[in-house]
Structure formats: C-alpha cells, structure tokens
Design a protein around this ligand. Structure first.
Ligand code: FAD
Ligand code: NA7
Length: 536
C-alpha cells in the first residue's frame, strides 16, 4: 500500500521528550520529521494534568531543558516548584521559539506502527486513517500517560461527576462541593492539599498511607533567579554527574555511621529545608539500601505525623508502615490538612469501598460517605502495550515483552529496528528533563552515525537488552525499592508483573554507560546496509 506521506522520522508524543526529539532531528540533523500527539495541545503530562494543585516536585531551576542557554537566562518562574500552567506555558514557548509547531500534528492518536522489513520502513497509522511511512520511529509516549481507572461497582448509579485527575475538565471547580478522592500518591496528595482549601467537604479514601515530606514551596525573588542564571553551567554539570539530577549534592554519609542525635539533626534540617528527593538522597546515602537507615527515616516521619495531626486515630491511619521506598512525595502542609474540619480520612485498607450509590461512596462498615464529585487520583498504567506496535517478523511488542519488559539503555530493543524509545523501560531513575535530554541527544548521535555510514537499519542486540535488564534488576534488588508496592515496578496495575522499570545507579553513571557505547562505535547495535533504503 502506498503511504499518504513519507518521512524520515516520526515522533509520537509532544511532551518534554517529543518536543526535544523533534527539535534535534529536524533542526540539527535536517530530517523530515512529523510529531503526533493525541492531545489537542503540546506539553504531554502538563497538558493532561490540570487538576487543582498540579505542580512539579522537582525544583523549578532543574525542571526545564538545559540545551537552550539563552532561554535559561530569559525565562522566569515564580515559586520554588512550577505550577502546571507555568510548565505548559514554558513548553509552548520552547515549541514556538524553535519553530516546531508546524511539524506537530495534534489530536492524532497513533493507533499502530508496523515495521516493513522489505522496505526497511515503519508504517504508521493514525486515527485520522492516514498512513505514514518513515525510516525512524521515536516513541516519546511518556512513562505516565495512560490513566489507571479502577472499576467501582454501582458507578453508573452515581449522579455526581467522576473525574480522573489527568482528565480534569476545563472549568471544574471544587469550591463548595462535597468531594471524595481515591488515591494518595504524588497526585492525590497535591490535590488534597489544594482542594481542602475550598471544598465544602473532602473525604479522602486512602489505600496505602504515604511518606509526604514538606516541599518548602514558596515564592522566589529576583536574587534567587539571578543566582540560578549566573550558575547554570555549574548547575547542569552537577546535575549530569549526580544520582537523581535534582540540583543538590547527594549525601556520602551513611545514617548508620552517625549517632541517633546526629541523624535526627540531619533529618530535621532537611525537613525544614523541604524537598522529598533531598530527604531521601541528600540526608544519608543508605536510606534506600539499609533497612536500619530506612527505618530511622521512616520513624522520623511517623513522629512528625504524630506531632502534627491533632486526632490520634487520623494520625494512626496516616502513618505509613512499609519501607520508605516509593518515588518520594512532597507537599506543603499535607498532614496539617487533616486538622481541617472539612477534611476526613477513610482507610479503605481496613474498610474497603463496596459500591457507589446515587450520592455516596459506601464502605464495608456500611457507612455512606456523601459526595457529589469523585476524583480518581489513581495513577497511571506505565506501559507501551496499548499501541499496536509490531517489529520484525510481525512480532507484537506485547509478545516480546510478555515475560520481560526491557530495552537496552531504556532506548532500543531487538526485533524493532530504527525504533528508539525516550524513557522506555529500564531508563534512568532521575529528575526527568535531564534524563530525557540525555537520551534524545544520544539517539540523535546514533541516527547521525547510521546516516553518515549509509545504514538502512540499526538494531539493538538481544543479548544487550537482556544483560541491561538483568543489571537493572540486580541494582534494584540491592536496594529497598522493590520492597515497596509502586508504579516504578509496574506493581500498581493488577495482573502486571512487578520488575524494575528503571536503572537505579544514577544519572552520572548512566551517562557514562551511554558515552562508552557511543565511543566504542555502538558495539551492542547491529548496523545493516541496503542501498535502496538509505535516505537521499
Ligand atoms: P509525557 O509528558 O507523558 O508526553 C507523552 C505524550 O505522548 C502525551 O502527550 C500523550 O498524549 C502522547 N501519546 C501517548 N501515546 C500516544 C499515541 N499512541 N498517539 C499519540 N500520542 C500519544 N517528573 C519529574 O522529573 N519531576 C517532576 O516534578 C514531575 N512532576 C510530575 C507531576 C505530575 C502531576 C505528573 C503526572 C508527572 C510528573 N513528572 C515529573 C513526570 C512527568 O511525566 C515527566 O517529568 C515529563 O513531563 C515526561 O515527559 P514525556 O515527554 O516523556 O512524556
Ligand atoms: P501513584 O503514585 O501510582 O498513586 C496512585 C494512588 O492511587 C495510590 O495511592 C494508590 O494506592 C491509589 N490507587 C490506585 N488504584 C487504586 C484502587 N483500585 N483503589 C484504591 N486506591 C487505588 O500515581 P500518582 O498519579 O499519584 O503519581 C504518579 C507520578 O506522577 C508520580 O510518581 C509523580 O512522578 C507524578 P496504593 O499505593 O496502590 O495502595
């Protein structure tokens, strides 16, 4: 079948990753590229997540691209963390500044992508029923773009609204409403802090209690902005060589090497400073490795909850019991929110939701919790399986990943030539913009190499994929991360196998592995030549 359009590269997704991929491939390599997004605006996560309270939990000075030095000097922000609207405005400005909008096709979902081996091209179909052909396929689908929506019996009888936080309708205001919220992860806790200020009643349905660390959010001044701007070279240098890329030095001291008093002092200093990544990685270097260190941090948070929350029963329910080892959560005044008269907490672990009625959530003890708006802050299905993606020999990605969801360096897999994922499985666990930039820049150089040497295809070797996935598992298993139930292991979705979705050895180490692969002329990739398929 003849395609409607032939391209050099197709990028799927117009978030942080897709925008940068389009810029690098079109503006630097000079390729003919089109970027598709099913959303009706660019921005990815920041287009979709418009719930009250949505903001970054990485600090604003590092939650941005580093590549555009002029923009770093010009673009301002207002608080230590970025509000959703601010990030969206920033990403739109990047798109316009680099003239990317003309190659971004919105409101177009990619429904399938099939590798055609005879032509050495990707055949991409969209819901607009057009067919596109391209040599390269860049999937920048985002780790967290498919909403996870639990099934609740009786939902059809409910006369109020049911809304997932990542599909927040324009103009929906919680002020004066009786709101129920299910989910207390990063999203749920952000929503709870903000919604509590105006809702008539906010009922929080909590399955697992979380460790929420103060964010220390607040306005920044001109002096702060000037300091960031004049130090950006040093800031990015530190970020790129760090573990979590959050703009602070990670600790090199173990919690178990110091006295209890010193531990408490360090935890208290971080608690007052604010930032959840700092509390986990900036206080001591063994919190996610050593159960004793982890327990010390967890006990510190539990003591804080007991001191902050007035009602002892609510405080008890809010206290997390497992390891402190999910993606860190930060908020301003999360536990304090439960002292408000209009906020109540229901532990659905002890007292599960049984059904919805016309105007209430009913729990196992028979209580009817009256609501007129139900907010699902129930997270995302971190996965690729929703799109029909077929590689060499018609292999669907779901089949390839049936046993092991894996990608070499988080970027490429065997059987899928010329396809590069930005933040595919086994990518580095870090503040995402510098991780995304790292991958996109590396993919660009790999494509440059393939084009320079006239290759028709470039494909990751199967052994490299398996070895990398095993390494990611080994590193994760040496930490406490797998012991906590969380989306970072795909453990939040019923039926999904729990395994390391990330490389936990840090951004600095990850960048070194990528540099070694490129410097050695990509030994874990196979380049094949075929004259009639290389680009003109
Ligand atoms: P996304 O922004 O998710 O973009 C992917 C895009 O692909 C989406 O627009 C989607 O519509 C599109 N897409 C997917 N499938 C298809 C298809 N088949 N066809 C067409 N289009 C498709 N990370 C941090 O590091 N720090 C933070 O502080 C932080 N805060 C966050 C706060 C919230 C509320 C949320 C939800 C996430 C946060 N994250 C944070 C994670 C965040 O997702 C990343 O930082 C970053 O925005 C991801 O960019 P991306 O381009 O990889 O993916
Ligand atoms: P998360 O971190 O996956 O949190 C989802 C929350 O929803 C969490 O509290 C879950 O409880 C809860 N949940 C999920 N399914 C159910 C059902 N069926 N019943 C009750 N409760 C449920 O998603 P977020 O959106 O908060 O954060 C994702 C990322 O976005 C985050 O890491 C940041 O990068 C921003 P559980 O803990 O599974 O018991």
């Amino acid at each position: 079948m003849e395609p409607d359009t032939s391209l050099d590269a197709i990028v799927i997704g117009a978030g942080f990753a897709g925008i940068y991929a389009l810029h690098k491939l079109r503006n630097e390599l000079g390729l003919a590229v089109r970027c598709f997004d099913k959303a009706d605006g660019v921005g990815g996560t920041w287009h979709w997540n418009r719930y009250p309270g949505a903001k970054s939990d990485s600090e604003g000075f590092v939650y941005r691209y580093s590549f555009d030095k002029e923009m770093l000097q010009q673009w301002s922000w207002t608080n230590r963390y970025l509000e959703q609207a601010e990030v969206l405005e920033y990403l739109n400005a990047v798109v316009d500044r680099h003239d990317l909008r003309r190659d971004i096709q919105l409101e177009t979902a990619v429904t399938s992508a099939r590798w055609d081996d005879s032509l050495a091209r990707w055949e991409v179909r969209t819901d607009s029923s057009k067919v596109y052909r391209s040599k390269y396929l860049i999937t920048a689908l985002g780790v967290l773009s498919e909403p996870n929506t639990p099934e609740i019996p009786g939902i059809e009888q409910f006369s109020g609204q049911v809304v997932h936080t990542s599909r927040w309708p324009e103009g929906l205001d919680v002020a004066g409403r009786k709101v129920g919220v299910i989910g207390t992860g990063s999203t749920g806790t952000q929503f709870i802090c903000t919604a509590a200020e105006t809702a008539q009643q906010l009922t929080v349905f909590q399955r697992t209690a979380q460790y929420s660390i103060p964010s220390g959010n607040g306005p920044i001044d001109q002096e702060y902005l000037d300091r960031c701007r004049s130090n950006y070279d040093a800031i990015w240098d530190q970020v790129r060589n760090s573990i979590v890329g959050c703009g602070f030095e990670e600790s090199t001291v173990s919690a178990t090497s110091v006295s209890e008093a010193e531990r408490t002092r360090v935890f208290e200093e971080s608690w007052q400073r604010g930032n959840a990544f700092h509390f986990m990685f900036g206080t001591f270097n063994d919190i996610i490795f050593d159960p004793a260190a982890n327990l010390a941090a967890a006990d510190f948070v539990r003591d804080k909850i007991a001191a902050i929350v007035d009602d002892p029963d609510t405080a008890r329910k809010l206290m997390p019991s497992g390891y402190y080892a999910t993606r860190p959560i930060a908020n301003k005044g999360y536990y304090e929110t439960f002292n408000r008269p209009n906020v109540s907490l229901v532990s659905i672990k002890d007292n599960p939701i049984t059904r919805l009625t016309e105007n209430a959530v009913v729990t196992a003890d028979g209580t009817e919790h009256e609501i007129d708006l139900l907010v699902l802050a129930t997270g995302f299905d971190a996965g690729y399986k929703k799109m029909h993606l077929t590689g060499r020999d018609g292999t669907p990605i779901s089949e390839l990943w049936n046993e092991t969801t894996a990608a070499y360096l988080g970027i490429a897999t065997h059987q899928f030539p010329n396809m590069f994922m930005v933040y595919g499985p086994n990518s580095v666990f870090t503040n995402l913009p510098p991780g995304i930039e790292t991958q996109v820049e590396w993919i660009t150089e790999l494509i440059r190499q393939a084009e320079t040497q006239g290759s028709a295809t470039v494909e990751a070797d199967e052994t490299a994929v398996r070895t990398w996935a095993q390494l990611c598992d080994d590193i994760a298993n040496a930490s406490l991360f797998p012991k906590a139930h969380s989306w970072i292991f795909g453990a939040n979705i019923p039926g999904k196998t729990s395994r390391a979705l990330f490389y936990f050895a840090g951004l600095g180490n990850y960048r070194r592995v990528l540099a070694d692969e490129a410097d050695a002329d990509y030994p874990n990739f196979t380049f094949r030549s075929d004259d009639h398929t290389s680009l003109e």
